[in-house]
Write a protein that binds this ligand. Sequence first.
Ligand code: 13P
Ligand code: SF4
Length: 350
Amino acid sequence: MTDADCRAAIAAERAKWGDRLLILGHHYQDAAVVALCDAVGDSLELSRAAAASRAERIVFCGVRFMAETADILARGPAGGDNGRSVWLPAPKAGCPMADMATAEALGTAWARLAEADPKAAWTPVVYVNSTAETKAFCGAHGGMACTSGNARRILGSLLGERRKILFAPDQHLCANTARQLGLPPEAVALWHRALPDGGLPPAAIRAARIVAWDGCCPIHAGYTPGDVAAARAAHPGAALLIHPEAPAPVAALAEEVGSTKGIIEAVSRAEPGARLLIGTEDHLVRRLAAGNPALDIRPLRPIVCQDMGRTTPEALLRVLREWPEETLTRVPDALIPPAHACVRRMLAVG
Ligand code: 13P
Ligand code: SF4
């Protein structure tokens, strides 16, 4: 089938559903997939779109944690079957960072924090890039989710209430957000999954305002200060816009640190002729460069999320035609109420 035939077949299938179907796509999807989506956004925007939608079926061009979040929101606070379902065209599209924190390991850390500092008001916060099970743990313990677009607001409001935070799984988003909130580096203690008691003595837990899980996005975490030096030497005068999943010493060198939406907005504000280096996934960087010919946009260093790249127009067409069982994303009923509380509390903060 040619690309044009595939696009026409998708349009024909799409038309049968009207507003009973919503096709969502993350900004890191390939341009050919983005062109087929009803709404494209960052994690926060897509969570909001899923929450606002009444569609019977949501097809999520992204990775599993995003489809799970959409399912949690589509099924409502009680869970069960309300006739709504979420489909992931590339069922193998996971997120290695999400898999770095399990609910069980988080539970062990949680117990240790309460033991080391029992007087503190601890709150768990999970980056939306996390498993449904982990979100359920967080929701069951009074916590909430955050995305890279609202982490500052959420952590800022909890710290303002004198709460102490267990943050998982992204250590870099945590460190960058803490820096933006003006916390000194020693206010964040790193919980090392592989070490007994996270490698943290009780005094370090008591001294910290945030305990951060040691997970990371293997794609963004690979950026180094050397990448910035090399890119600035090759493109003198260029401003660096970078995603907060990059390590803090690299993000500290950037003119702007923002979610994918934040980066897109910064590009839209740039004056014609501006030179920009962008430190995030390459599908987005290439689309921004192609869509803004008046700007000189280069990748800080091209990085590709293979999981995001698994969705193709052919895979989308297969879902719309066949609705294969393995593409149905269904969070277990028992996890929905606490996981829903976790995501709903985030959306209430904004
Ligand atoms: P955003 O929260 O910016 O959409 O990022 C999601 C993601 O997976 C980044 O790697
Ligand atoms: Fe996960 Fe990183 Fe891919 Fe985002 S870019 S989906 S955090 S592996």
